[in-house]
Write a protein that binds this ligand. Structure first.
Ligand code: GGG
Length: 357
């Protein structure tokens, strides 16, 4: 048991609303666990900070975060600021500077939740997506020449390093072994079209797979995988894919398991030299921001992943169990799940269930 120092960046849109519920759950865990406490350092970074300063975070922002045990992040994105400025100004620098190359995104169809895919029953959809998180299509490599002329030329380069590719693929296999479910890892690329980076990815996948003969493997093109995630989501166990593909596919995985508002995400620095970051998969949802109706459960599940990462396994299980019960009982769910509860009421219900044990 310990005191954990958490950096908290609520960010934009619904970020502050869902982060408030995540912190409420952390406080309930601390209040009911002898010797466990959290110290929060809040950073008011994001789009409002950008409007004041011209930066999404201060120049020494990453230095300030480095000493945290973990980062709890809300959301980034503002309709009045170009998305590439907000994303490249706050979220992506953290993932890269803290070498958070392994992004883990579980998707599970819980009892009490209806999938939009007809006939799917609770537990039938159960997968974890491993997203390469620091390079691939998100690498800030490229340029533009002759802007505004007929010769305007823009290049955007994908980056696949052996270290980054092998690391995420190995993490997926290790995750599959630990999960001990369908024993299958699906690698998703577009190597028929992307004949350098993704052919390389496929080769590394085969090399790493050879070390895990007990695990079934499958390589799918991303278009086929998108189709299968909708028509046969139950066929997946562990998925591993590049930064962009896994980002897109994890949105599909989230909606087939009921809602974007249920999808947590852990951005892990496996070497633990830097803080890892925990956030909901969803963005800032400006259309519902400030209305108190955002679903806080993705953030609360991310809090569970944060606790697990900090070695507080029992606390993590309690948080997950409270969310599972909240979903199954359907007494305080938000509108995206067919309920009428506010963000706060849903968070309060998780706290109540957590305290009941
Ligand atoms: N909580 C995650 C968030 O704010 N996401 C905004 C977004 O655009 N993310 C892109 C990404 O994660 O690659």
């Amino acid at each position: 048991m310990a005191q954990h120092n958490l950096a908290v960046i609520a960010g934009d849109g619904i970020g502050p609303e869902v982060i408030a519920e995540g912190k409420k759950v952390l406080e309930a865990v601390a209040a009911t666990t002898r010797g466990l406490s959290f110290r929060y350092t809040e950073y008011p970074w994001g789009s409002d900070y950008y409007r004041e300063t011209g930066l999404m975070m201060p120049a020494d922002g990453l230095e300030l975060l480095q000493s945290a045990d973990a980062i709890l992040f809300g959301a980034v994105g503002d309709p009045k600021i170009p998305d590439h400025i907000t994303l490249h100004g706050l979220l992506l620098p953290m993932r890269r500077a803290f070498d958070q190359g392994v992004c883990v995104r579980p998707a599970y169809l819980h009892p009490g939740v209806t999938s939009p895919i007809a006939g799917k029953t609770a537990g039938q959809i159960d997968m974890v997506i491993y997203r390469e998180n620091t390079e691939g299509e998100y690498a800030p490599v490229g340029g533009r020449i002759y802007p505004g002329t007929p010769y305007e030329t823009v290049m955007q380069t994908n980056v696949f390093t052996r270290r980054g590719t092998e690391r995420i693929i190995r993490a997926a296999f290790e995750g599959c072994v630990k999960r001990n479910k369908k024993h299958k890892v699906t690698s998703i690329t577009k190597s028929n079209a992307q004949a350098f980076g993704m052919v390389f990815w496929d080769k590394v996948f085969q090399q790493v797979a050879a070390e895990y003969p007990q695990i079934k493997t499958e390589s799918l093109l991303v278009d086929r995988a998108a189709m299968d995630l909708v028509r046969w989501p139950e066929s997946f166990d562990v998925i591993v894919a590049s930064n962009l593909f896994a980002d897109i596919l994890s949105d599909i995985a989230a909606v087939v398991t009921g809602s974007m508002g249920l999808a947590p995400s852990a951005n892990i620095n496996p070497e633990r030299q830097h803080p890892s970051m925990f956030e909901p998969v969803h963005g800032s949802a400006p259309d519902i921001a400030g209305r108190g109706i955002a679903n806080p459960l993705a953030t609360i599940l991310a809090v569970g992943m944060l606790l697990e990462h900090l070695g507080e396994a029992q606390a993590a299980q309690r948080v997950e169990a409270a969310v599972v019960r909240c979903l199954a009982e359907r007494k305080a769910l938000t509108g995206d799940l067919g309920g009428r509860a506010t963000t706060t009421q849903c968070g309060d219900e998780v706290v109540r269930l957590l305290r009941m044990g």
